[in-house]
Design a protein around this ligand. Structure first.
Ligand SMILES: C[S@@+](CC[C@H](N)C(=O)[O-])C[C@H]1O[C@@H](n2cnc3c(N)ncnc32)[C@H](O)[C@@H]1O
Length: 221
C-alpha cells in the first residue's frame, strides 16, 4: 500500500464532517461551470444528467430547475441528504435524485444510460491517476453516443499547487483537503476515447482557485 493511501481514504470522513458542520459550504448559487454546462447540454438537445460529486447541491438544483433530469452522486451521506433537502425546498425533487456512491467504484448505471455527465471539482479530489483513468472510462460507458461530459479541475496555476503536504503524484493537502492538480497533459490523457471539445481556464472563490473546465463528447461511433 503506498504511504499516502490512508490519507486519501480518510478524505471521505473529512467531507462528511465538513458538510455536517458547514451548511452551504459552496453557497447556494449555481456555479459558472454549471451555467456553461447547461447551455452546452441544451444546445446539444441533452436531457438526462449524471452529476458526480454533487456536494450540497448548488449545481444539482440549478440543473434540475433548468429542466434537466439529474441524478447526483456523492460519497458523503451528509451531502446526499443536503441535495435531497434542497431538491424538496426548490420543488424539483421530481427531476433531481441523489445517492451515495464512491466514484472509485464502477458507476451505478447501465451502459449509455445518460445523455450527459457533469462534475464540478470532483476529478481533482483525492483520486490517483489510475483511479481517474478508470473513472473516465466509466463515464464513457454510461454516456450515450454523442453525449457530453463537462468536468472541472483545479490546475497547476492554482495558488495552492505545490503547497502543504505532498500526498503523491500532483496531490497536495491544504487545511485538511487533498486536491489533485491537473496540467493539460493530464486532461488530454483522461480524454482517451472521447472527442476533446474544449479546455477553458477560469477562477472561482476568494483564493482564487484556478481551474480548467473540460468538455468531452462521446463519439457517435
Ligand atoms: C470540492 S467539492 C465540490 C462539490 C460540488 N460539486 C460543488 O461544486 O458545490 C467535491 C465533492 O466531491 C465529493 N467526493 C470526493 N471524492 C469522492 C469520491 N471518491 N466519490 C464520490 N464523491 C466524492 C466530496 O464529498 C464533495 O462533495
Amino acid at each position: 500500500m503506498p504511504d499516502d493511501e490512508p490519507a486519501l481514504a480518510a478524505q471521505r470522513q473529512h467531507w462528511e464532517r465538513t458538510f455536517a458542520a458547514r451548511a452551504g459550504m459552496f453557497g447556494s448559487d449555481a456555479s459558472a461551470p454549471a451555467r456553461a454546462a447547461a447551455l452546452a447540454f441544451r444546445e446539444a438537445g441533452l436531457r438526462t444528467v449524471l452529476e458526480l460529486g454533487g456536494g450540497q447541491g448548488r449545481d444539482s438544483v440549478f440543473l434540475a430547475a433548468s429542466g434537466f433530469e439529474v441524478h447526483a452522486l456523492d460519497y458523503a451521506q451528509a451531502g446526499v441528504a443536503a441535495i435531497q433537502r434542497a431538491a424538496e425546498a426548490a420543488g424539483v425533487a421530481r427531476r433531481l435524485t441523489a445517492a451515495q456512491h464512491d466514484v472509485r467504484e464502477p458507476l451505478p448505471a447501465a451502459d449509455g444510460a445518460f445523455d450527459a455527465c457533469y462534475a464540478h471539482m470532483l476529478f481533482c479530489m483525492a483520486l490517483t491517476t489510475r483511479e481517474l483513468l478508470a473513472l473516465s472510462r466509466e463515464v464513457l460507458r454510461v454516456l450515450r453516443p454523442g453525449g457530453l461530459c463537462v468536468y472541472t479541475v483545479r490546475n497547476t496555476s492554482d495558488p495552492d499547487f505545490g503547497r502543504g503536504v505532498h500526498r503523491g503524484e500532483a496531490l497536495y493537502e491544504n487545511q485538511g483537503f487533498i486536491v489533485h492538480f491537473f496540467d493539460r497533459a493530464k486532461v488530454e490523457r483522461l480524454a482517451a476515447g472521447y472527442e476533446l471539445l474544449g479546455v477553458e481556464e477560469f477562477e472561482e472563490g476568494a483564493l482564487p482557485r484556478r481551474l480548467f473546465r473540460v468538455t468531452l463528447r462521446m463519439p457517435l461511433r
